[in-house]
Ligand binder design. Structure first.
Ligand code: DON
Length: 556
C-alpha cells in the first residue's frame, strides 16, 4: 500500500468536485486530448495539415516523449485501439517484452525473497521497449502524411526547449536523488532545481529522434541508439542485449469487442487485462439497478463486481502468446452473471472467501493516455507507459531518454503484490520474450454503429475501474464528458479487500452505509488522468481533459 501512495503523490493534489453543468472543449470536427497542452497542440496541428487520427497519434506520442517525460516515452510501451470511419477496428500491442535472459526468479534472493526495488528501479527493471516499433507499425498500415512531418515537432521541442509546467518541475525535482542513484552516468541536464516556466532542452533525445526520423525502426532498435541502450545496460548490470532490441516485435491483436446496453465496446486484448476486465465489469452490472452516482447502492454493486473481476485477473490473465488465457469464457455473459449470482444487497463478499472462476479449459504514476478523433471520423485511443513515474529512473546516456520499469508488472513471485498492489501467479510469471500483464484499457465505444466515445487513462490497477466509471458516468448518470472525467473515483481490486476513494468522492452518509454492509474504506490521493472524447448528438465533439493533471483538449 505504501507503493500505491507513492504513485498517487506523483499525480499532485486535486480535490474531486464536479462543477455543475461543466462541459469540456467543444469542437466541430477534430480533437486531441492528451496529458500535455503542447502534445495536444502537436496532434491537432497534424490533423489540420490533413493527417488522420493515426498520424496525429504518432506525432502526439513522440511529442509526449519530450514534453511529458514522467510517462510519455520512447523507452516504454503501450497499446493503440483504432476505429476507422467505416467501422473497421484494429488493435496494436506495443507492450514491452522480457529480455531473453530474464528468468522467473530474477528478482528473488537465494532464500526466495523478493529483493527490494530490483524490479522497479535501475537497469534490471526494464522490458524491451515497444513504443517506437508500435509507431512504425501504425504508420506503415495507416499513416497518410510523411513520417518526417510526424516526428519533426517532437525534435523541435527537444532541441529548442519548452517551458516546464509546475507539476513537471516538481516531478523532476522530487526525483533528483533517484536520477543520481540509479544512473551510472548522472544525467546532469536533468538534475537541477527546476521552477515552473524554466526552459528544458532534451538535446540527446532530440538527436535520437532524428535517427528515428531518418531510419525509422532501425533508428532505435539498431545502430547508434541500440548500441547506447546496450552500453547503458552493461554499465548498470542490466541484461538487455542488441538481439533483444533487434527482435522486438509489435503485434496486431484481435480486439476485445463486447456490448453494454446496446452500445459496442472495443478495447484491448491480452497482454492487457483491460479490455477483458472492463467487459466483465460492464456485464456484471448490466441490467441491474445502479442508483445515483457514487451512492451506496452503486458503489456496493460496482465493488462486488470489481472484487470478482480482479480475482479472475490475478489467476487467468497473462500474455496469451505464452499462457492459455480463457478469453471467451471470461467474456461470456452467463459466466459473469453466474459470478454475480451470490451478490447480496445487504452484505459484502469477503475477498478471502472468493477465488477466481474455474474453467474446464483453464490449464491449457506513470502512464499516459490520449484520445483522438479526426475530421474524417476516424478515432484512436492510445495508452502508453514507462510504468512508474520516470520509469526505472535510468536515462540512456548519450541517447537522452528514460527507460521503463515494466518488469514489475509481471508477477515477480506468486502472490507478491506489485507496485500497484496487484497479485498474480503462473499466468503472469516472467518468461524470456513474454509480455508482462497490463491494466491499460484504451477503449472506443460505438452507438448505433457510429463513433460515440474514445476513452482511457493511466493509474496502474485503477485504470480499469476508472474507465468503467467514466463510461457509466456518461451512460447511466447523464454526465457531460468533462463531468464524467472530473467526477470523484472509487476503486476495489479484490486484494487488498478495501474500497479506495478519492477525497470528496463519497458522502459521509454513503460511507457509513457502506461500512454497515461490511466494507472497509480508505481514502487515497487523486489517481487516474482520464482523457476522453464524446461525440454529441449533433455530431460535435466534447473533450474531457482530466483536471488532476495538465491535461488539455485541443481541436477545431
Ligand atoms: O501496464 C500497466 O498496467 C501499468 N504499467 C500502468 C502504469 C500506470 O498506469 C501508472 N500510472 N499512474
Amino acid at each position: 500500500m505504501k507503493k500505491i501512495k507513492y504513485v498517487l503523490l506523483v499525480l499532485g493534489a486535486y480535490a474531486c468536485n464536479i462543477p455543475a453543468n461543466e462541459t469540456g472543449l467543444i469542437t466541430e470536427k477534430a480533437m486531441v486530448v492528451s496529458a500535455h497542452p503542447l502534445a495536444s497542440q502537436v496532434g491537432s496541428a497534424i490533423l489540420k495539415q490533413g493527417g488522420n487520427a493515426i498520424d496525429a497519434a504518432i506525432a502526439t506520442q513522440f511529442a509526449l516523449a519530450v514534453v511529458y517525460p514522467v510517462a510519455g516515452n520512447i523507452g516504454g510501451g503501450g497499446f493503440m485501439v483504432i476505429r476507422m470511419s467505416d467501422g473497421s477496428v484494429n488493435t496494436l500491442d506495443f507492450r514491452e517484452k522480457a529480455p531473453m535472459s530474464s528468468s522467473e526468479t530474477m528478482y528473488l534472493d537465494s532464500a526466495n525473497n523478493v529483493i527490494e526495488n530490483l524490479s522497479t528501479r535501475g537497469h534490471l527493471a526494464s522490458g524491451v521497449p515497444g513504443s517506437v516499433e508500435g509507431m512504425v507499425k501504425a504508420y506503415e498500415n495507416f499513416g497518410t502524411i510523411s513520417w518526417v512531418e510526424l516526428i519533426q515537432p517532437a525534435i523541435d521541442l527537444a532541441l529548442n526547449g519548452f517551458p516546464l509546467t509546475e507539476r513537471e518541475a516538481n516531478g523532476l525535482n522530487s526525483n533528483q536523488k533517484n536520477f543520481s542513484t540509479y544512473n551510472t552516468l548522472a544525467p546532469d541536464f536533468l538534475i537541477r532545481d527546476w521552477k515552473a516556466g524554466d526552459t528544458i532542452r532534451w538535446i540527446d533525445l532530440g538527436h535520437t529522434l532524428e535517427r528515428i526520423r531518418d531510419n525509422g525502426r532501425a533508428g532505435f532498435y539498431e545502430g547508434e541508439t541500440a548500441a547506447l541502450i546496450v552500453e547503458e545496460m552493461q554499465r548498470g548490470n542490466g541484461i538487455m542485449t542488441l538481439e533483444d532490441l533487434k527482435n522486438y516485435d509489435a503485434q496486431w491483436r484481435t480486439p476485445i469487442i463486447g456490448s453494454y446496453e446496446g452500445l459496442k465496446v472495443i478495447s484491448m486484448s491480452p497482454p492487457s487485462s483491460g479490455g477483458i476486465a472492463l467487459m466483465q465489469l460492464l456485464k456484471s452490472v448490466e441490467g441491474r439497478e445502479l442508483g445515483d452516482h457514487n451512492s451506496t447502492q452503486a458503489l456496493h454493486l460496482m465493488t462486488e463486481a470489481e472484487r470478482r473481476v480482479y480475482a479472475d485477473r490475478a489467476t487467468h490473465l497473462g500474455d496469451a502468446d505464452y499462457y492459455n488465457v480463457p478469453v471467451e469464457e471470461l467474456l461470456d455473459s452467463a459466466y459473469n452473471m453466474g459470478r454475480m449470482s451470490d451478490f447480496s444487497t445487504t452484505a459484502k463478499t469477503h475477498s478471502d472467501s472468493l477465488a477466481a472462476g474455474v474453467f474446464a479449459l483453464a490449464e491449457s504514476e506513470q502512464t499516459t493516455h490520449f484520445s483522438i478523433v479526426d475530421p474524417f471520423g476516424n478515432a484512436v485511443s492510445v495508452t502508453t507507459t514507462l510504468n512508474g513515474g520516470y520509469g526505472s529512473k535510468v536515462v540512456v546516456a548519450g541517447a537522452g531518454f528514460l527507460m521503463n520499469n515494466e518488469m514489475d508488472d509481471f508477477s515477480i513471485k506468486p502472490g507478491f503484490p506489485n507496485y500497484y498492489g496487484l497479485v498474480g501467479g503462473r499466468a503472469n510469471a516472467i518468461e524470456p520474450g513474454k509480455r508482462m500483464l497490463s491494466s491499460m484499457t484504451p477503449t472506443i465505444l460505438e452507438k448505433d454503429n457510429q463513433l460515440f466515445m474514445v476513452v482511457g487513462t493511466p493509474g496502474g490497477s485503477t485504470i480499469i475501474t476508472s474507465v468503467f466509471q467514466t463510461i457509466l458516468n456518461v451512460l447511466e448518470h447523464d454526465m457531460t464528458m468533462q463531468q464524467a472525467v472530473s467526477a470523484g473515483r472509487v476503486h476495489h481490486q479484490w486484494k487488498p479487500d478495501k474500497i479506495f476513494y478519492q477525497e470528496g468522492a463519497i458522502s459521509k452518509d454513503d460511507s457509513l452505509s457502506l461500512v454497515k454492509l461490511g466494507h472497509e474504506l480508505q481514502q487515497r490521493g487523486p489517481y487516474g488522468k482520464v482523457d476522453a472524447i464524446l461525440v454529441l448528438p449533433d455530431g460535435k465533439l466534447e473533450g474531457g481533459a482530466d483536471p488532476r493533471g495538465d491535461d488539455a483538449a485541443v481541436g477545431y
